[in-house]
Design a protein around this ligand. Structure first.
Ligand SMILES: [Zn+2]
Length: 378
């Protein structure tokens, strides 16, 4: 480092494990011994770093190792869904300490939903302090900088609402809000893939279809936060299905959980929920497998376009239909490997979610810790 490293940069080195003793920090940063001591003392006083007495013995007194204190603060998080909301308290590493689920219709609006979420945080925190920030994933397009919801389709009663001030009135800390699929992609990437690769496309297939893009380790949000909205990209040979957005043959209207249920019912199958479909897939029901595989082909068409555009190292499939991964992914693979460029697919992996439903909560916490622990913020 050519200029003097800041306290925030010193924390970054300790967090990532690049330098874990005062001597290492001096070597890596070029800071003088008193300057290192000064910055480390500040981090110790703020509770962000702790000392581990035990270091590897090299004969004589072992050097004191410094460790990022993941218990140095708490992050209340929530992942809002159409009919149920996951609520949790995480530590500074994004690990979930306590979680619960409440059943509430998100269309009740922010005036009902947010107070319930905040009451639940109080219970889960149970006096734990300090609260250093709050993170929220919502099933809508979010103008990230303002935390303002934009989409009118799922959370109609929330359109234009700036969520952070409503929460900060009771939790006066940084409040970060993002689209639910973005935070899931973030959680999935950091907790399961960060050590191996930086570019990941997460596709969530539930009642709706959405995607989150991790590019060089960061969420790609686009100009206004609408990047990754792949659900309303049309596919060929859809047969003219009218989508709720008003266009025809959007992949959402042909490959979502809703579409799979509709197509099976049209064949006279008695299925009411995605759990019913999952059970039929598990039982090896040929007709159900064929419908899910066809949904996978439609999905594969849109994913192949995204693969050509973004060249991700891995495509991760998650959401409520992740349980139907085998027939779904064979449809996706069939089309992606045929239609994407050779270079983009040479080492491409298509996998199922490793974290499952926890990804949205961990991702919301990481959104917060990345913000408050960044070298600029410290
Ligand atoms: Zn549409």
């Amino acid at each position: 480092m050519s200029r003097l490293a800041t306290t925030g940069e010193v924390l970054q080195l300790i967090r990532t494990g690049e330098a874990v003793t005062r001597a290492d920090l001096g070597r890596v940063t070029g800071l003088s011994r008193p300057a290192v001591v000064h910055r480390v003392t500040e981090l110790l006083q703020r509770g962000l770093v702790v000392e581990d007495a035990e270091g590897p013995s090299t004969g004589g007194r072992p050097p004191v190792r410094l460790r990022f204190n993941t218990a140095g603060g708490f992050v209340p998080v929530a992942s809002l869904g159409a009919s149920r909301t996951q609520i949790a308290v995480c530590d500074l590493s994004g690990a979930i300490l306590d979680r619960t689920e409440v059943v509430i219709d998100v269309e009740e609006g922010p005036g009902v939903v947010l107070p319930l979420v905040m009451d639940t945080w109080d219970k889960l925190l149970y006096g734990r302090a300090p609260v250093v920030g709050v993170g929220l994933g919502v099933p809508a397009t979010v103008e990230f900088a303002a935390g303002r919801t934009e989409s009118a389709r799922v959370m109609a009663s929330w359109t234009g609402v700036e969520i952070p001030p409503l929460i900060a009135a009771r939790f006066p800390v940084p409040v970060l809000v993002d689209n639910d699929v973005n935070v899931i992609a973030m959680g999935e990437h950091r907790a399961a893939y960060a050590a191996e690769l930086g570019d990941l496309l997460f596709v969530k297939v539930s009642t709706r279809i959405g995607a989150g893009v991790i590019s060089s380790g960061s969420i790609l949000r686009g100009a206004l936060g609408a990047a990754g909205e792949i659900g309303h990209i049309p596919v060929r040979d859809g047969g003219g299905v009218l989508c709720r957005c008003g266009n025809t043959d959007c992949v959402d209207s042909l490959a979502s959980g809703t579409a799979i249920l509709r197509d099976l019912r049209a064949k006279g199958r008695d299925v009411h929920t995605l759990a019913d479909v999952t059970a039929l897939v598990r039982a090896g029901d040929a007709e159900t497998m064929a419908v899910v595989r066809q949904a996978g082909r439609h999905l594969g068409e849109v994913i192949s376009g995204a693969v050509n555009l973004l060249n991700p190292a891995v495509v991760v499939l998650g959401g409520d239909v992740a349980e139907m991964f085998q027939p779904l992914v064979s449809g996706v693979r069939e089309v992606v490997y045929r239609r994407s460029t050779q270079l983009a697919t040479r080492t491409l992996r298509i996998e199922r979610t490793r974290l499952g439903p926890a990804a949205g909560l961990t991702g919301s916490a990481l959104l917060v810790t990345d913000h408050i622990l960044s070298p600029e913020a410290i």
